[in-house]
Ligand binder design. Structure first.
Ligand SMILES: O=P(O)(O)OC[C@H]1O[C@](O)(CO)[C@@H](O)[C@@H]1O
Length: 554
């Protein structure tokens, strides 16, 4: 629902933040720390097993109060309630967004249009459990009676990024019986590389597509089926090797998947929020159902926190409002995610889809053009590698890029003194971003090295690091199913809260449709199948098509 007639950026709470930003602009975070020794303990919040130090932000108590006033004015508490109640918060598609229901193990009813969906969620989890158990106990085997050794998951976007992230994040929990592979891309190289490594007698394929209409997934699934049939399998054995997860059972059946092998999805779960559903099957198969349920319960702990904590102590809300502070009041165009944990290396890619597909919008829920910025560009990479690559720009570039540092207090792999060194790297990066180095400090350093005054004057400006670069530090005890679940749920809710303030529909993705629609026409032209009198296309596309066709002699 649109939030009334006063545009967001004309409201008093917004204007107050604008004025406040102008006042705070010339204050360096160094000053904020030196004038306020309790800062770190005050700007610290815990929730769902995670802890957040957000003291290294361009903010004071007043900033927090003003940000929360804006959150209240925009109806954040009411919209959180609406989500948990199952209201149609996805307004353009007229449906709820109830990923929280997938991890609610309380048994309490959750209604979608008057129907309690909790029993269906539990039934599906039990079916997943049975399936995982059948495969792992070798009751469900390949067509020649051999146990499965590999699972190939075919899906793209939300039917790929979430499960892949969680599989990697929970590598220490793999039971080792099954090796997981993911194929998303329509670039045939990915499929070819996977098929080269697996055996048709011992490979299980999971076709993951909510719509069962996604071209990449369908074409890859056809390749997998043909490969199976050309390598010893027969039509009536497909049921032993192909399982689907979809909300579109008729299409999956049409494709040749046995109805018994189809796990449900629901239209009240968005693709990028679906890893908690049967789309998580590749994860459950590699870590076991008990660990998968622990993942759900970690996410549920974050849901409870999000639902009940006051805004000022609400982790997703605090992170959302700080992100918005830089996005809308300080001109930050991008936001970086820096996991200091090798197991979380795919987190930036997952959050990129989660956030950019959700909040990459330019009209309000009521269809009015936005007169302020919505979601930023999300990017990132694993620390400490990034320190030797892109961190230079964070430290000395001209852009303001807020960062989230994410690190577990304990590693699964206590190799030499690596973890404590990694931890030191993480803390020193966020500290360096905050404090920087002044010209006087740079000069003093060079002087101590014995450099001449003339050389110092030339070199010192290059050694100045402005600092005052904001970051959050998110901590967890260890990367476990529970903490990884909570971490992903935290970012889901952070995204939702920002969408509330910007008054966009965070649960639709109409923008991706145009490329899909145009793809068919261009494919027909590339293959020479375009009908007479097809739509006129621009000269750039036409000449690139020509280039491709002449390269292929057509
Ligand atoms: O699960 P499906 O229906 O194949 O869709 C895959 C992905 O495609 C998208 O629609 C974007 O193209 C995503 O929202 C979704 O996660």
């Amino acid at each position: 629902m649109s939030q009334g007639s006063v545009p967001l950026n004309s409201r008093p709470e917004w204007q107050a933040l604008k004025t406040h930003q102008a006042e705070l602009k010339s204050t360096h975070m160094r000053e904020l720390f030196s004038s306020d020794p309790d800062r770190a303990s005050r700007f610290f919040v815990r929730g769902g097993g995670l802890s957040l130090d957000y003291s290294r932000n361009r903010m004071t108590d007043d900033t927090l109060a003003k940000l929360m006033a804006l959150a209240r004015e925009c109806g954040v508490p009411e919209r959180i309630e609406a989500m948990f109640r199952g209201d149609h918060i996805n307004v353009t598609e007229k449906r709820p967004a109830l990923h929280i229901a997938l991890r609610d193990t309380s048994g309490a009813p959750i209604h979608v249009d008057g129907m309690d969906i909790a029993p269906e969620v539990e039934r599906t989890l039990n079916r997943m459990e049975q399936f995982v158990d059948d495969v792992l106990s070798k009751r469900w085997q390949g067509h020649t009676g051999k146990a499965f050794t590999d699972v190939v998951s075919i899906g793209i976007g939300g039917s790929f990024l979430g499960p892949k992230l969680v599989s990697e994040a929970l590598r220490p929990y793999w039971h080792g019986q099954l090796k997981g592979h993911y194929v998303a891309n329509i670039d045939g190289t990915q499929m070819a590389e996977v098929l080269r490594r697996v055996n048709p007698e011992t490979t299980l394929f999971l076709i993951q597509s909510k719509s069962f209409r996604t071209q990449e997934t369908l074409e890859n699934s056809i390749v997998a089926r043909n490969w199976f049939l050309n390598n010893g399998g027969s039509e009536d054995q497909i049921a032993k090797h192909f399982v689907a997860v979809t909300a579109n059972t008729p299409e999956a059946v049409n494709f040749g998947i046995s109805e018994d092998n189809i796990f449900p999805m629901w239209d009240w779960v968005g693709g990028r929020y679906s890893l908690w559903s049967a789309i998580g099957l590749p994860v459950a198969l590699t870590i076991g159902m008990e660990n998968f349920r622990a993942l759900l319960s970690g996410a549920n702990a974050m849901d409870q926190h999000f639902h009940t904590a006051p805004l000022e102590q609400n982790l997703p809300v605090v992170m959302a409002m700080l992100g918005l502070w830089y996005n809308n009041f300080w001109g930050a165009e991008t936001y970086t995610i820096l996991p200091y944990d090798h197991y979380l290396r795919s987190l930036p890619a997952h959050l990129q889809q989660l956030d950019m597909e959700s909040n990459g919008k330019s009209v309000t829920q009521g269809g009015e053009p936005l007169t302020y910025q919505s979601g930023p560009v999300i990017w990132g990479g694993v620390g400490a590698n990034g320190q030797h690559a892109f961190h230079q720009l964070l430290h000395q570039g001209t852009r303001l890029i807020p960062a989230d540092f994410i690190i577990p207090l304990e590693t699964h792999n206590p190799v030499a003194s690596h973890h404590v060194t990694l931890f030191a790297n993480c803390l020193s990066q966020s500290r360096a971003l905050m404090s920087g180095k002044t010209l006087d400090e740079a000069k003093a350093e060079l002087k101590a090295e014995g450099m001449s005054d003339e050389e110092i004057d030339k070199l010192a400006p290059h050694k100045v690091i402005p600092g005052n670069k904001p970051s959050n530090t998110l901590l967890m005890d260890k990367s476990t199913p529970e903490t990884v679940g909570a971490l992903i749920a935290l970012y889901e809710h952070r995204t939702f809260v920002q969408g509330i303030i910007w008054d966009v529909d965070s649960f639709d993705q109409w923008g991706v449709e145009l490329g899909k629609q145009m793809g068919k026409g261009i494919l027909d032209r590339l293959t020479g199948d375009a009908a007479e009198g097809s739509e006129v296309i621009d000269s750039s596309t036409a000449s690139l098509i020509q280039l491709y066709r002449s390269h292929h002699g057509s």
